[in-house]
Ligand binder design. Sequence first.
Ligand code: CA
Ligand code: CA
Length: 505
Amino acid sequence: MRTLFGLRISLLLLCALASPIHAEKPNVLFIAIDDQNDWIGHMGGHPLAKTPHLDSLAARGTSFLNAHCNAPLCNPSRTSLLIGLRPTTTGIYGLSPWFRAVPGFEDRVSLPQHFAANGYRTFAVGKIFHGGGGAPGRGKGKAATSEAPTEFQMRGPNPGIGARPPKKLIPPAPMGDHPLMDWGVWPPNNDDTQKGDYQVASWAVEQIEAMPTDQPFFLAAGFFLPHVPCYATQKWFDLYPDDDSVLPPVRRDDRDDTPRFSWNLHWSLPEPRLKWVEESGQWRNLVRSYLACTSFVDAQIGRVLDALEKRGLAENTIVVVWGDHGWHLGEKGITGKNTLWDRGTKVPLIFVGPGAAPGQLCTQPAELLDLYPTLIELAGLSPRDDLEGISLAPQLRDAETKRERPAITSHNQGNHGVRSEHWRYIRYADGSEELYDMRQDPNEWTNLANAPAHAAVIAEHKKWLPQIDLPPAPGSEHRILTYDPATDEAIWEGATVRRDDPIPE
Ligand SMILES: [Ca+2]
Ligand SMILES: [Ca+2]
């Protein structure tokens, strides 16, 4: 009996040691897509978009159809999401600085750090923080920030674009012929394995297959495409007709009723305007390339989800998929980001797993800022009182649950978009305004801001403008815009923009 008793004690002890530390805690698979707008099948942003893996994932959970970034640019959007503060609270609006270089944020607990502090094993591969590489200082040029290895415990590669053609596939575009401003079929022979995002998925799959079970995990996989250069292999282009049916609806006079100041937000950028892509015969090619890249990334996400399923981890894993901001492909006369319209701010946001009811499409406004508190609540982590987002858990339980606060996007001090379920209100630093009835006018073609009948709607949305609205933080560079009401002059990336300057084409 004593032997048996002793054996039993040992077995119990062994079991206790071997059992997961947080057996009750769900894992988190955190998937980012760079520059992905709402051209996702079930989101309806483009009638031809083919994303079968994201669509079937969404069917197993809750997809937000009215989710928006808090800044329409990589670094400020990702920083805001990952530290839980608005860009207007940190002053981080540009591609620099890296937030840990900003006084007051050196020791800010980032989302993955909060999971690590709560007993999670944290992993990252690809682009999660902007400019994130495997080691501090990695990246190119002043624009790049460096992701300290302290953000995640395990860091996989950040392969970026992967194979590139020996020279650009498109003719030189205006505004500097930037090397990233390119798109088309590459590499040849349908070899997807040479793509950076293929390697991101492979690393994530390997981690899932070998995942130890003694701790819950937080695995972040950041896909680079459909960020430019939009290279995809031929098979992904074959999903889309090679005719003008792929083009998004645009109105040639669309900017006639938008304030002059709206141009200042994207005054001079490497991304060509609609005029150039049309005149150079590149519009359809760009649109098809973007769609092809979206479908390719969808397939890579499918590989990671398959691995999760095969390992038997799907049931106890929260899968969240998000994009960092939208992208214009001709709408409002431009391509690219840096706008406060839906095309520039709306992103995919899908939650699946514990806490997210299946088969829901939610039209309540949501912000990427909400991810931090939502994941804390879903995973049952220690709460924090220093986050500016609001948990989406009520909408994940019941998508009809009303949410009072609209989604707010800021692009530099004084420029804000406020998106409710019904309206979009925009206010620029010079006081000019836009208002769109998103139910009647989903393309935001008719600016209603000057219609007296809508004064109450404007007042209702204006009250949500950020109370804290800081100037750019020290070290801010790239896509930085300031405005001096005394002189009515704006400064874009260091150059003065006067009201009568011709709009760059
Ligand atoms: Ca981005
Ligand atoms: Ca218009």
